[in-house]
Design a protein around this ligand. Structure first.
Ligand SMILES: *Cc1c(COP(=O)(O)O)cnc(C)c1O
Length: 300
């Protein structure tokens, strides 16, 4: 029997994926060992890695100007690694603060002693909405948003417009590949795999190659995106089994209608709960919506 698991992450994985992994556990493609045991330098694993990377970019409709990485350290390490790499001394990190996770991202920027500008915040109403407007600072290094606020429950309904020379960076940990987005608007997209595309242990980073022109010099080896790009995410031992499962989940997404299919599925699933909450005179959702008397709308 399988239980209902409402946890944001680690979250449920498709049963088909688990069964396939189970079948291959003792011997992957007749090799006599599992992906848990095989070398990350083996031909088999290199193929698994390449497969996962290319499926991911394909699902997002992105071409050769982007690259996808599988790192470790979680989305939490990206909070540090992004400003370290992409905020030059004379620039300011611009962040839209929408609660818990973006607040953590802000904390790391401060620890790095980088200049910081909060382009907008919804703190005035306890993070119950997504700001409709924001103001960039002078010399912005990039604009950082959190597309789904896992703890607060607010989600961006648009992919924001930024001036062409300002990179757009997004923490998509909890809604990555849940629906079609204009992924090409973003210069860097990251998240922990465990919420939406696989097991814990791997962190996905999708990066527009042109962003590397803005990279600071002198990065320590493991914090340098180039280290991982040059070695196809295998500079050191990557989280092999997680990446293998991610590849299978991505294939499952392809087989189940792609991102359009995921959107439909997710809306149906979310509807089971939100329709009850929204139509109840007993329960009240915490997110400000169009039918509530809220100055600032969450929906665009
Ligand atoms: C879970 C989550 C994180 C943290 O992810 P880790 O991989 O555990 O570091 C960051 N941002 C968002 C939006 C999350 O939902």
């Amino acid at each position: 029997m399988r239980v209902h698991n409402f946890s944001a992450g680690p979250a449920v994985l498709p049963e088909e994926v688990l069964k396939e992994a189970q079948e291959e556990l003792l011997s992957y493609q007749g090799k006599g060992l599992s992906v848990l045991e095989m070398s990350h330098r083996s031909t088999e694993f290199k193929q698994i890695m390449e497969d996962a990377r290319s499926r991911m970019l394909k699902l997002m409709g992105l071409g050769d100007d982007y690259t996808a990485l599988f790192l470790q350290g979680g989305a939490s390490m990206q909070f540090y690694m992004i400003p370290l790499n992409f905020c030059a001394e004379d620039k300011k990190v611009n962040i839209i603060d929408t609660g818990a996770w973006s607040t953590k991202a802000i904390k790391e920027v401060k620890k790095l002693d980088k200049k910081l500008h909060i382009a907008a915040t919804s703190e005035d109403k306890d993070f119950t909405y997504i700001p409709k407007e924001w103001t960039l600072s002078d010399n912005p290094a990039y604009l950082h948003i959190t597309t789904n606020n896992t703890i607060r429950g607010t989600e961006w309904k648009i992919d924001p417009d930024v001036p062409q020379d300002v990179p757009l960076i997004a923490d998509m940990s909890s809604n990555f590949l849940s629906k079609p987005l204009e992924f090409a608007k973003y210069d860097l997209i990251y998240g922990g795999a465990q919420k939406n595309i696989g097991p814990a242990g791997a962190t996905f980073v999708v990066l527009k190659k042109s962003l590397l022109e803005k990279q600071n010099p002198g990065m320590v080896t493991m914090m340098d995106y180039n280290t991982h790009i040059k070695k196809d995410s295998a500079f050191n031992t990557p989280p092999c089994f997680s990446i293998y499962i991610i590849g299978k989940v991505l294939e499952w997404i392809e087989d189940n209608g792609g991102l359009v299919g995921m959107k439909k599925r997710n809306e149906e699933k979310a509807g089971y709960i939100y329709n009850i909450l929204d139509n109840s005179d007993f329960y009240r959702g915490t997110v400000c919506s169009d039918n509530e008397n809220c100055e600032k709308r969450c929906e665009f």
